[in-house]
Write a protein that binds this ligand. Structure first.
Ligand code: ATP
Length: 526
């Protein structure tokens, strides 16, 4: 969110606003609690209306989304809206807190999640959509991992009703849609055909794409049109495809995807059909009869077990040596040369001192205690023990790490993060090389910018530091975010990659590549 600082946010009666837990293009999200009962923690989203207007959205659009959302959130798998109000510059929305963070953050690119986890989220999503379609007569129209949050037990919470629409009138007649809004990779083919379509049927299609993403860690195609070669191949083979992106999907799972990813909406499975499919009916060991998680530790273990960042020599060689040219000058991250608009610049985070990622500490109750009491051990081993409690750090070495298993629980911690005890003079030039290698322009020089800031603000005063990233992914779509560097304690720094816009899988791919390039400065748990 641009152009505002925390001091301009409206006060909310009886609510104490806390730290930033997330940021979108038009809004920031803060945690908060009730004055009368501090144990009641909620999330408050502050939508900045002037920014929305700059992007062509009217106040009516913004308010309409919340009205619709609040009318259909009486379901365990839909994020609950508690209250909302509008001030001159902001719309604030108090919501239930999704303590488990974002689903997209937990999908390993090109690997996906454990198939039982995929099945669990499929079942919960089908339950949420059944309620939306059959009881509320509302189609969501933007189902994708970025719009799915998790609660503290790992249950799915469908969010973001910005494109939702009522598809049934009071008299029972159906209302068709004709606009082409949505996320191209998750859109049904009929949306792009310029014809009127049934929005509830497009939700079912998006569920199919989402299941594919959960199972494989990549999207099946960029656009569901015949000029997209992956989509064309899928259509040519009438869905009987076992090559390329489809190769890792087991036969029994393909059956479900074929029923859903049926280009002809009249032949596509309906939500009622999905409820009869074995994928929906199969009772999972970590779910109760209502489909809610009954064993969060087991679900978290399954979900986190696929997340890993390899810093091995093999991976490093694969990354730095282009097999085609042997020049070591190319990576597969993006297909195009940097555009003038792409850049990575460094700045002191003056507006947003508690920005997300900066405040995210390892998720443990007793780390401070641990540090205070442990003065006998060397500083570096204290730091390694400290980060041993953070699942984000453990993804670098979890195979042989016994404490990894004990950290399996849902929390909102960003998983695109690492720690370092190196000096900034060592970290920044490496970052610069890594970002250049990923074909992202650096403007201006990161280290000299840091040194200038340091001479005016002093070393301590420089942090949190933010490196803005504005680039494109392999398909030429925008990919924006920030790298936030913060001193956690003494010389221990957390370096967190926060996506603001673009494909979350590509954001994690970028994170992994920068991490690999900077592997010598990353502090890895014991
Ligand atoms: N109720 C909530 N509980 C916990 N975290 C939340 C909640 N709502 C949002 N967040 C966090 O805030 C981030 C930004 O939320 P927001 O709804 O503004 O994002 P977005 O949908 O990515 O933005 P955009 O509107 O630009 O698409 C989310 O990715 C999530 O991490």
């Amino acid at each position: 969110m641009s152009g505002i600082d925390d001091t301009s946010l409206p006060a909310i009666k009886d609510v104490v606003i806390g730290e930033t837990i997330g940021q979108g293009a038009f809004a920031c999200v803060k945690n908060a609690y009730l004055k009368v009962d501090p144990s009641v923690v909620i999330a408050v989203k502050f939508v900045h209306i002037p920014t929305c207007k700059q992007f062509g959205l009217t106040e009516k659009d913004v308010v309409g989304e919340i009205i619709l959302h609040s009318k259909c959130c009486n379901h365990a798998n839909i994020l609950r809206v508690i209250d909302c109000n509008i001030t001159r510059d902001h719309l604030w929305i108090a919501m239930e807190m999704a303590d488990g963070g974002d689903l997209f953050d937990k999908i390993e690119p090109d690997v996906g999640v454990d198939y039982e986890v995929a099945q669990f989220y499929f079942q919960q999503l089908v339950n949420a959509i059944t309620y939306l379609h059959l009881e509320c007569h509302i189609a969501h129209r933007d189902i994708k991992p970025e719009n799915i949050l998790l609660d503290k037990n790992g249950n799915l919470k469908l969010a973001d009703f910005g494109l939702a629409s009522r598809f049934k009138r009071r008299d029972g007649t159906l209302r068709l849609s004709s606009d082409q809004r949505g996320s191209p990779q998750y859109m049904a083919p009929e949306v792009l055909m310029g014809v009127k379509y049934h929005p509830e049927k497009t939700d079912v299609w998006s569920v199919g794409v989402l299941v594919f993403v959960l199972l494989t860690g990549e999207v099946p195609w960029e656009l569901p049109i015949r000029t997209d070669e992956n989509f064309e191949e899928f259509i040519r083979n009438e869905g009987n495809i076992t090559m390329g992106r489809w190769a890792s999907i087991e036969f029994r799972h393909l059956n479900l995807l074929r029923k859903i990813l049926q280009p002809d909406p009249s032949k596509r499975a309906t939500i009622q059909d999905l409820r009869k499919h074995p994928w929906f009916l199969n009772q999972l060991s970590f779910a109760n009869s209502e489909g809610l998680c009954s064993n969060p530790a087991l679900l978290a273990k399954k979900l986190f077990s696929n997340l890993r960042v390899s810093l091995s020599d093999d991976e490093y060689m694969r990354f730095t040596q282009d097999p085609l040219t042997g020049t070591g000058q190319s990576i597969d991250f993006r297909a195009t040369q940097p555009a003038d608009s792409d850049y990575a610049g460094l700045q002191h985070d003056t507006l947003n001192l508690d920005a997300v990622g900066c405040t995210q500490k390892p998720y443990t109750q007793n780390t401070t205690e641990l540090l205070r009491n442990d003065l006998t051990t060397s500083q570096s081993s204290r730091w390694t023990r400290f980060i041993n409690t953070d699942i984000a750090a453990l993804q670098f070495c979890h195979k042989n790490n016994p404490s990894f298993a004990s950290q399996f629980r849902f929390n909102p911690i960003r998983l695109t993060k690492f720690y370092s005890v190196q000096e900034m003079e060592v970290i920044l030039p490496l970052f610069e090389q890594a970002l250049r290698f990923a074909k992202i322009n650096i403007k201006p020089d990161l280290l000299s910018d840091f040194l200038n800031l340091k001479s005016s603000l002093g070393y301590e005063g420089v942090f949190p530091l933010v490196i803005n990233i504005r680039t494109q992914d392999a398909r030429g779509s925008k990919l924006n975010g920030v790298i936030i560097i913060k001193i956690v304690r003494e010389n221990l720094k957390s370096i967190s990659f926060e996506r603001k816009a673009g494909d979350p899988l590509d954001w994690r791919r970028l994170f992994k590549k920068v991490a690999l390039f900077c592997r010598e400065v990353i502090l890895v748990p014991d």
